[in-house]
Design a protein around this ligand. Structure first.
Ligand SMILES: *[C@@H]1O[C@H](CO)[C@@H](O)[C@H](O)[C@H]1NC(C)=O
Ligand SMILES: *[C@@H]1O[C@H](CO)[C@@H](O)[C@H](O)[C@H]1NC(C)=O
Ligand SMILES: *[C@@H]1O[C@H](CO)[C@@H](O)[C@H](O)[C@H]1NC(C)=O
Length: 637
């Protein structure tokens, strides 16, 4: 434990010297630095807000307030969303606005809704769209979106036009292809297509990957350099490269964080927010992800600014990164300017200072040390004081019995002869500000955490569903949508339909089958039932499943108990999602018996199931084919 003494000598406005052991001068006389563009969150990449939409009110609005409401919580300046491409993009798939070439629908998924909710709270919020994947027709069946760059550009621009036309949303920035190759010709064509569509004000970010090679390409190609407004790098580790600086473009960390959201994660976020500018002159930082609203057992569980993964209980957790964000977001706005006098503290940590040019100054100081940032060792005790301007809270480490509190207001600092002393310990964040607007927003405690209900039914009979997805189904390959068939004379007018008919231009390794999971990952013994309709004659097939143990990027390797029926009249029981085409290797041992019924009659009995021991329930299809599901029910013991 170390104390650093600071004396801030406010000789004249904006001239601050911090002395005693270390002295730091904050001064605008030497000129200003770069213009700040904001702090944001990323919904998507993929399906990271899936469960959020299924929260009942008032909890859903409370979560949105913690994220977006100015002067309340994280008060984010930027919302970046995935432009759904019908493919698996880390924790699920997000639907495209054009499943097929002749199809257009701007009411699929939840990103439109999320953008509108964000905008409602903060009309100034910056909106960004970025594709991870594309529907198969965009690549003409190839896993590559640039062979027909005009088609890809038109497809992406149609999403931006639809955002305005159907939701009155102005998209401010658009990207290329998340963490995949870019193509200079495509980027220029995208610029041209935007301009031609009257969207000159929409700016291009490239290439949402490494600083290079995009920076180098831009230095060698004037037209490309003109087309790209922002160089966006992912997980830059707070540094940039000379080539990126030479382009004289804005530098953003357009995806960052991706850390478990406990106190260590919060500390990590504090360090990133300051040092992305101090070390790398990045003027915006965007967290993957915005809110951890996906089943926690999917990849990267809880890597969001807060946690909201239990719509069935209403329980959510405002995690430390929300308040760490607030230290910057509540006391600066896009358009403020960094002072040039930013830097490292001699004994670890960093400081930044920003001004609005109208006499206001905000200084953010963090003293995060490596042990707090990178330690996975649960025995390390983090001792943190969180201060904000004149706001202060004490955190005695996550091993302590005392509940940590964040972001509490301190009494105003007394300046003596334009200076003051600040004692800093390790793992602290301070905001010193001339603004008086800071607020730690709060709501009454949400309901307690509870497991997914053991009895669950959905007949999908919703005439005007608020979202195209049925509650709590998390698509892992393919897209499952509410479907209405008014010509159906029977009880299946309303169904859930798998609608992706061609393998998309993928980002991750989607399965060759489609699958949507639901329920409690801990489920062992359960009864799953569902009515099914195979629209593909002869070669079609569908399944229901239990104990499905993998999703997200690992969905191809999902194991479980899969009960298939095929439109040629045959059936199968398999242990792997991908093994339906092989002879059913009889699933062995472990004293676990499974039975399958068809139309009420046992079709197979007492199949002995080798693991997995537990997992979600699921539905799906044999290939990318149309199929419908109705009266889905689960009963877990
Ligand atoms: C939006 O920006 C304008 C202009 O900078 C500002 O006056 C206004 O207060 C901002 N609104 C909100 C809700 O932050
Ligand atoms: C609609 O229902 C009819 C009658 O059951 C069926 O033949 C047809 O395939 C269904 N079409 C769709 C698109 O669901
Ligand atoms: C599932 O069933 C097996 C066999 O009857 C039993 O041993 C096990 O405890 C059950 N699991 C749960 C979670 O009920």
């Amino acid at each position: 434990y170390r104390m650093i003494s600071f004396i801030l000598l406010l000789c004249r406005f904006f001239t601050i010297a911090i002395c005693v052991t270390d002295q730091y001068v904050l001064d605008d006389k030497v000129g200003l630095g770069r213009v700040f563009d904001g702090i944001g969150g990323l919904s998507g990449g993929g399906a990271t807000s899936r469960l959020l939409v299924n929260y009942a009110e008032p909890y859903r609005s409370q979560i949105l307030d913690y994220l977006f409401k100015p002067n309340f919580g994280a008060s984010l300046h930027i919302l970046k969303v995935e432009i759904g491409g019908d493919a698996q993009t880390t924790d699920g798939t997000e639907p495209s606005h054009m499943h097929y070439e002749n199809d257009e629908n701007f009411f699929r998924g939840y990103e439109w809704w999320l953008m509108k909710e964000a905008k409602k709270r903060n009309p100034n919020i910056t909106l960004i769209g970025l594709p991870w994947a594309f529907p198969g027709w965009v690549g003409h069946g190839k896993n590559w979106p640039y062979d027909y760059p005009d088609i890809t550009a038109t497809y992406v621009v149609s999403w931006i036009i639809g955002a305005k036309q159907y939701h009155d949303l102005d998209i401010n920035y658009v990207g290329i292809w998340n963490e995949r190759n870019f193509d200079s010709k495509y980027i220029k064509l995208l610029r041209y297509t935007l301009d031609k569509s009257g969207l000159e004000s929409v700016r291009i970010i490239a290439s949402d990957n490494l600083w290079e090679p995009i920076s180098l390409f831009m230095l060698l190609d004037q037209e490309l350099r003109r087309a790209v407004d922002v160089i966006g790098a992912h997980y830059p580790g707070t540094t940039t490269v000379l080539e990126a600086l030479k382009t004289q473009k804005k530098l953003w960390s357009s995806e960052d964080y991706s850390t478990f959201n406990n106190e260590v994660g919060g500390g990590c976020w504090a360090r990133i927010l300051n040092q992305n500018y101090v070390n790398g002159l990045m003027t915006a930082t965007i967290s993957w992800n915005l809110v951890a609203s996906y089943y926690g057992e999917l990849p990267f569980g809880r890597d969001g600014l807060m946690t909201a993964q239990e719509p069935w209980s209403g329980s959510y957790v405002v995690e430390s990164p929300i308040w760490i964000s607030a230290h910057t977001t509540q006391f600066t706005q896009p358009g403020w300017t960094y002072l040039q006098t930013v830097g490292h503290l001699a004994h670890g940590g960093s400081y930044v200072a920003l001004t609005n040019g109208k006499g206001d100054l905000t200084v953010v100081i963090e003293t995060m040390v490596c042990s707090a940032l990178f330690a996975i060792d649960p025995l390390i005790v983090v001792s943190t004081y969180v201060l904000l301007g004149d706001l202060r809270a004490k955190l005695d480490g996550y091993k302590d019995t005392q509940r940590p509190t964040f972001f509490e207001k301190l009494s105003p600092l007394k300046l003596s002869d334009g200076s003051f002393t600040l004692n800093l310990g390790e793992d602290e964040v301070y905001t010193l500000t001339s603004l008086t607007s800071g607020l730690k927003g709060s709501f009454p405690d949400p309901p307690p955490s509870a497991p997914f209900p053991t009895t669950y039914k959905d007949d999908f009979n919703v005439a005007n569903p608020p979202f195209t997805e049925a509650p709590d189904f998390a698509d892992q390959t393919g897209v499952f949508e509410y479907h209405i068939n008014l010509t159906d004379p029977g009880p299946h007018v309303f169904t859930l339909r798998q609608v992706v008919t061609q393998r998309p231009v993928t980002w991750a390794t989607d399965a060759d089958q489609t699958i949507s999971v639901i329920g409690n990952y801990k489920w062992e013994n359960l009864t799953v039932s569902c009515d099914v309709f195979m629209e593909t004659v002869k070669t079609g097939g569908v399944f229901i499943a239990a104990r499905v143990d993998k999703g997200g990027q690992s969905v191809r390797n999902a194991k479980g108990l899969f009960y298939w029926i095929f439109s040629d009249g045959s059936y199968k029981v398999t242990n792997d999602l991908a093994s339906f085409s092989e002879a059913p290797s009889l699933l062995l041992l472990q004293g676990q018996y499974a039975t399958g019924l068809l139309n009420g009659y046992p079709l197979w009995k007492n199949a002995v199931v080798l693991g997995p021991k537990n997992g979600w329930a699921a539905i799906g299809t044999k290939s990318f084919e149309l199929a419908q599901f109705d009266n889905f029910a689960v009963k877990a013991e």
